[in-house]
Write a protein that binds this ligand. Sequence first.
Ligand code: ADP
Length: 487
Amino acid sequence: MSTIEVVGAQVDTRHFINGNRVASAETFLDTSPIDGTVLGEIARGGQTEVNLAVAAAKAAFPAWAGLGPQGRGVLLHKLADLVEENLETLAQLETFDNGSLLRSHRRGVMPRVALNIRFFADWAMNELKHEVFETRGHSNNISWDPSGVAALITPWNAPLMLATWKIGPALAAGDTVVLKPAEWTPLSASFFADLTKQAGIPDGVFNVVQGFGKEAGAALVAHPDIARISFTGSVPTAKTIARAAADNLTPCSFELGGKSPCIVFEDADLDLAAELAVEQYDNAGQVCLSGTRILVHEAVADEFAARFRERAAKLKQGDPRDPETDIGPQIHQVHFDRIKGFVDRAVAGGANIVMGGEPNSELGGLFFRPTLVKDPQPGSEIVTAEIFGPVLCMQTFKTDDEAVAMANGTEFGLAAVVVSGNRQHAEQITKQLVAGTIWVNCFFVRDLRAPFGGSKKSGVGREGGTWSFDFYADVKNTVVSPNGWKE
Ligand code: ADP
């Protein structure tokens, strides 16, 4: 089987290598988390397909690099146009495949996919420059040169959004790409590959190898012809990839997990705090940035909890295609069981369930009720491990020092949410937090010009704006002497 029909769109489930569709001897099944429907058989790639894709990307590199930012920009804008023209199909396809809200895909996620491509194309053309400076009359001329083949490994929680967050800058920088999408959500990348062809992006510049992490992913990151590895996923997988990359000294950019704090101070607007805390259930909690540890000043804890419950009671769980739905299913049975395991063990360890705490028995399937746990054992896994589900954990603090110590007290440092009504207070706290992104009285405001990444075990490196090009490109300084010229 090579093509399946999903929401009226034809999706080729083979690899996309050198502009052609390539089958594998073996396939794996892709199912929808909404109701378990089998969507199709997907080509299961490994070393052979990775070798083909990397060879194609390597061969396509000189001409793509030679096009320059302007030449590439024209084609990348055409690609972004095609994403916009196919926005409804992409939104529906992604919802079927990963169970995230159709409403969000339509309004925010797919427009962002187009913007990821447009923004970095424009940045390469207009913003990527450095002031020339002189050293004893010698000029320093800094440029961002294409570096080669970029291997991109992406997760399932926001498949095309996170893939294009890498594809956009990699292609704009003049690199060619081999993408390995997550095995639970292979479809949007495959459909997107057809759009690159329609946009006129030359064969071999963009390739997709489908398959499992331990097969296709492992072969890709160990390949000696890879110039860059950009990975978004879990900490253990990042360690495996770093070991594989070490043999070739391939530079890696890692965007990993989080266990971010959402800190509610005594001086906070408690309605805003409750609203922001409830937002942490976004995408059924399957967001690396989620502030899943709700740290509340003890003086306002009861009032905050009451307002949180009132606000959370309005959340509607159900079919992600329904525009009224706020929380859809989890991605996969394996992941669902993992989430349930965390909650069951926390309860067995003495934690109390304020809300939820169990599968949604009315809906069945992969629907887990939005959950708030309180009074966890200090240092237990429910307060330190990334659950990646609709499970928030509430703890109280007495002083600012205690809040900061608790906030910084995990191995992660991806993000933090601070809710305070006092600017000076908020500023004093944010200075002490260790995190790649801090949101003050807000959540999820992300500008592509800003650096994005994690501190501690939440990541290595930053992407966004020029930071993306610092990674995907070879940054070069050409020092030109005032002497030796004959003209
Ligand atoms: P998750 O984000 O689901 O917790 P992973 O970090 O394992 O899990 O997966 C993120 C991506 O990394 C997926 O595309 C997966 O296939 C890929 N992957 C998993 N293991 C490896 C590996 N050993 N080498 C390269 N890629 C991998």
